[in-house]
Design a protein around this ligand. Sequence first.
Ligand code: UD1
Length: 330
Amino acid sequence: MNQPQTRAILVTGGAGYIGSHVVLQLIEAGERVVVLDDLSTGFRDAVGGATLVVGNVGDPALVANVLREHDVDTVMHFAARTIVPESVADPLRYYGNNTCATRNLLACCRDAGVARIVFSSTAAVYGTPTGGVAGEDTPTAPINPYGSSKLMSEWMLRDLAAAGGPRYVVLRYFNVAGCDPEGRIGQSTKNATLLIKVACEAALGKRPRLSIFGTDYPTPDGTGIRDYIHVVDLARAHLDALRYLREGGASATLNCGYGHGYSVREVLAAVARAHGAPVPFVEEPRRAGDPPSLIAVSDRIRATLGWQPRHDDLDFIAHTALAWEKKLPA
Ligand code: UD1
């Protein structure tokens, strides 16, 4: 007897760092997954057992065809440019890639009757919140085009849902780090700017040193504090969101962080412990646009999705990030 064919999940940006970790968990959970990725920053090898369609989310004919051909009823949307300083230098690229492309995707989803969307948003929508702590009801006030481009996408999702479009979960990521503990995939991003990746490169001599941007912040050791979340826990939140939406859950916007933070110096110490030697660094002035501290209030995601992090451990984050960095060619 023929089994009924399960409908597919479209993962845009599924060949990228975070998307590929979600694809891995979806495949392990037995889901049928189609990845749409233009491979501008992603890697073909990262999609594992998923079907890969190479192309851009901004292409309406392609997206409509993928949704129809693969019988997609859920979309997880990761495809985006994500480098804050680049967004400041070239804002229209970010509004084009992140906001306009998302509008195209949403129009195609509406036309194809897609039921659910999980959207990859960012703590950058909060800008510099008072006290360095942000809950979902903290006013959004992005201070760079990257954050604005994602916030506009959130608004489109909200307004489309109100007009009868797909239900959604927006996940606002804090500082994502670490890699698959089994070493199958990782963060291969070229010209990395994110702290833990850069620290691993400096530890392994792939760059001469790391720059600590700012040592005069009003924090205990003077360096910036962030809420670092292991990518495996973040990926799990997407599967929890999928289950929640399938069970009929209402549209929701949720922070993804652990609810506590570490300073740049604490991160460097963790990478040094993982490596067994100090990470070379220099102290430099503050980087423009960096808030002193940014920590999630993360009660809502736990209550709404039943999300339970398993890797809330800076040493584990550093260990998995460094292990992947060692596998990557210099
Ligand atoms: C930013 C965004 C975040 C986005 C991420 C990816 C904000 C508030 N946050 O995170 O939403 O998802 O970029 O683009 O816009 N640092 C150093 N030396 C380095 C690199 C970083 O000292 O070489 C410090 C920074 O000053 C900061 C911390 O490390 O205090 C983390 O920086 P980074 O990893 O770049 O991420 P965010 O800027 O926090």
